[in-house]
Ligand binder design. Structure first.
Ligand code: GLU
Length: 468
């Protein structure tokens, strides 16, 4: 696109703590962070908690926890917007004094009555000339300048021009004296010396108003970039109906932070056909002109695929440490009787198949504990009236020959099936069912070896005894 980036870069993520960190906002944070790192700039965090009724400190905590989980730490002290009320009021006064804002005493009903257009109730500017010293309740309005339009070069969408006729003298402070979002955001972004405002496209209609405020206050106007929304499968904005929307929920569901980061960056940004990126590569390659203009559909299957790749990239030891720290502190203890090497070997077996760490924990636990029940459809499919007899022959063979390697066991089972005149699967699948309750799982001989001969025989006997 060719627009020069104002530098040194200072960007910010400015969440409102009125809920847990939405996955879309989380991606906004990520884009800001990557942009800052790519340009050797500064990434800042501002908590926009001026809506005192809806803001909650527990949400601030959970937003911070989500950012910490993926290691997106602000480079300077976090700005808390509500602590700056005095400064906001001071600047408001400045605008009133310079004549760029005025007190408006009109009630909503009066405005609606005067406005013939019922869809867009715009303010007609009546109080621009009203006596400003009245004692009636008032809001403060920004006085639109005498210009035709407001224009800006969005770093993602190109030039956006809004005719001034689409705006009105908008409210910058309410009747109770509290300044509105559009006003405080400008005052704070200027105070933080923000050079690029990178945020969701739902804010696009605020930008012209904010630009006018920057100009009226004599501040340098930052560059803007509006990121397309994340959509649900229906094509509407991703909502709770479509599954988890909070970033931290993905931690609880067993996604690795780097996998979620990788997935979310790719959702709306591309670098050739590459799918898997290290954090360093993302920093190196990330630019806003490679961010698409259209919304992207959240695809849990793809996230699962990427998460699986990341799970496999980590050693079992690393996964165990991560699980203990972030997901399930008792997991390793629950694998009682197993040495560290056995625990790691079990994770190695299952990590090849797992999409999430929760799946991994569940399957390894089941593998360790042995099945409580057997998958009915597998029993139907893989056992018949002769299976009991085959299992007895298998147990006898194992007790006799004591095969002590995976290959020896495999060879022995193969020759037993030949002797019995049955297919290999007619014995291998019941073995699997005996070990883990179903026919779907890792290699049966690997599992057998890990469980140990004695326990494996117990499990075989248990299955045998339940068969007709
Ligand atoms: N606090 C606003 C939000 O959470 C963001 C404001 C901005 O980025 O300018 O949507």
């Amino acid at each position: 696109m060719g627009t020069d980036i104002i530098s040194p870069v200072r960007v910010r993520f400015a969440p409102s703590p009125t809920g847990h960190l939405h996955i879309g906002s989380f991606r906004t944070a990520l884009f800001n962070w990557l942009f800052a790192r790519h340009h050797g700039g500064t990434f800042l965090l501002r908590i926009e908690d001026t809506d005192l009724e809806r803001s909650k400190s527990e949400y601030t905590d959970s937003i911070m926890a989500a950012l910490e989980w993926v290691d997106l730490q602000p480079d300077e002290t976090v700005m808390i917007q509500s602590e700056r009320l005095q400064e906001h009021k001071r600047v408001l006064q400045e605008l009133l004094s310079s004549g760029n804002a005025y007190k408006c005493f009109c009630t909503q009903d009066e405005i609606a009555e005067r406005s013939n257009n019922s869809t867009f109730i715009s303010y007609d500017g009546l109080c621009r000339t009203a006596d400003q010293s009245q004692s009636a309740p008032y809001v403060v309005r920004f006085k639109l300048p005498e210009i035709d339009s407001v224009s800006f070069d969005d770093l993602i969408r190109g030039t956006i021009t809004v005719p001034i006729g689409q705006l009105d003298d908008f409210i910058i402070a309410r009747t109770d004296g509290t300044p509105t979002y559009n006003f405080v955001v400008v005052v704070d972004d200027a105070a933080m010396k923000i050079t690029q405002v990178i945020r969701g496209e739902d804010h696009i209609s605020n930008t012209p108003k904010q630009i006018l405020l920057y100009q009226a206050l004599g501040y340098r106007v930052p560059q803007f970039a509006h990121i397309p929304l994340i959509l649900g499968p229906s094509g509407e904005r991703l909502s709770k109906r479509d599954g988890a929307t909070s970033a931290l929920a993905y931690k609880e569901l067993g996604y690795l932070p780097d996998a979620l980061v990788n997935y979310l960056v790719r959702l709306g940004w591309a670098h050739g056909n590459q799918e898997i990126f290290s954090r360093e590569q993302l920093v190196e390659f990330f630019t806003l002109d490679a961010v698409g203009k259209k919304g992207s559909i959240f695809d849990i299957e793809k996230l699962n695929w990427i998460n699986g790749m990341y799970i496999r990239e980590h050693s079992s030891k690393e996964l165990l440490d991560y699980i203990a720290k972030e997901l399930d502190a008792e997991f390793a203890q629950r694998l009682s009787g197993w040495s560290d090497a056995q625990k790691e070997a079990a994770i190695d077996l299952y990590k090849e198949r797992a999409h999430t760490l929760i799946e991994l924990v569940k399957e390894v636990t089941l593998f360790h504990d042995g099945p409580q029940t057997y998958q009915e459809s597998d029993i139907q499919k893989w056992t018949d009236t002769s299976t009991k007899e085959y299992i007895n022959a298998l147990i006898a063979m194992i007790e006799n020959e004591k095969p002590d390697t995976i290959d020896a066991l495999k060879g022995a089972v193969k020759s037993l099936t030949k002797t019995l005149g049955i297919k290999f699967v007619a014995l291998a699948q019941p073995m699997r069912i005996a070990l883990i309750g179903s026919s779907a799982g890792p290699g049966v001989f690997e599992m057998f070896e890990l469980v140990g001969r004695e326990k494996a025989i117990e499990r075989l006997k248990r299955l045998r005894d339940t068969l007709q």
